[in-house]
Design a protein around this ligand. Structure first.
Ligand code: ATP
Length: 235
């Protein structure tokens, strides 16, 4: 579904992605694991069209999307939940969710998807008239995911959904990621928390200073000494 070949991305003279290649097949949850500054957000920004690669190609379904503007990539069914959530603090929960559907005109179906988001996240239904800025961190993460679901993505890009959340909330969010996957959305999950990411992923890639250094099934990565030592606290 998604195939990245030999991607090189720069910020001026900083070489942030160095020949990154990876694949995501339809229906999979694939995780990209890496420490701070490894290049994870850079990869997601390049995928969603916010950064242009200097070299390399990104194929998505039947098209080459590298170099395309962000809006046309969203139209092809790729939707991103950015790091740090970025909800619109002064707008209500409901208005934030509605924004996710801004490219759609199918009113009835939008109504159905609203119900779906509220059934996945009953907390958002309870708080629908509240401004988003008054939500807890976990609730804002739910809201950012709800907004992304409204775009009906075929491919959902998640940037560190566990960041800054209490362990119980992380568990809830990751269970939801699994549910979204089961309902037919393919997922690329970027995480620093290798433990939780590998617990739900089918496969994964490990990125260090802009390079993919390891890849395999989630079970292979969980068993790898390198991953255990560097990302799973030696366990
Ligand atoms: P984090 O988890 O901290 O977000 P990350 O793995 O997502 O880390 P990136 O944000 O992709 O890492 O950063 C990769 C490299 O590119 C880092 O060395 C970072 O300092 C550099 N970088 C990121 N954004 C910029 C920018 N706008 N200008 C210059 N360098 C940048």
């Amino acid at each position: 579904m998604l195939s990245i070949q030999d991607l090189n991305v720069y910020y001026g003279s900083i070489h942030a992605l160095k020949g990154v290649s990876l694949e995501v097949n339809e229906g999979e949850i694939v995780t990209l694991i890496g420490a701070n500054g490894a290049g994870k957000s850079t990869l997601l920004k390049t995928l969603s069209g916010l950064l242009k690669p200097k070299e390399g190609t990104i194929h998505y379904q039947d098209s080459v999307i590298s170099g395309k503007p962000a809006q046309s990539i969203v139209k092809l069914g790729v939707s991103q939940v950015p790091e740090g959530r970025r909800v619109f603090a002064d707008m209500t929960v409901e208005e934030n969710i509605e924004l996710g559907a801004y490219l759609r005109k199918d009113k009835e179906e939008i109504g159905k998807d609203f119900k779906k988001v509220y059934s996945i996240f009953p907390r958002l239904y309870e708080r629908r008239k509240q401004t988003a800025g008054t939500l807890s961190g976990g609730e804002q993460q739910m809201l950012a995911m709800g907004r992304a679901i409204m775009a009906r993505p075929k491919l959902l890009l998640l940037d560190e959904p566990s960041m800054g959340l209490a362990p119980l909330m992380v568990k809830t969010i990751f269970e939801t990621v699994k549910d979204i996957s089961k309902a037919g959305t393919t997922i690329l999950l970027v995480e620093q928390n290798a433990h939780i990411a590998l617990s739900i992923a089918d496969r994964g890639y490990v990125i260090e200073t802009g390079r993919v250094i390891l890849s395999g099934t989630a079970a292979e990565l969980q068993a790898s000494e390198e991953v255990k030592n560097a990302y799973l606290g030696g366990h």
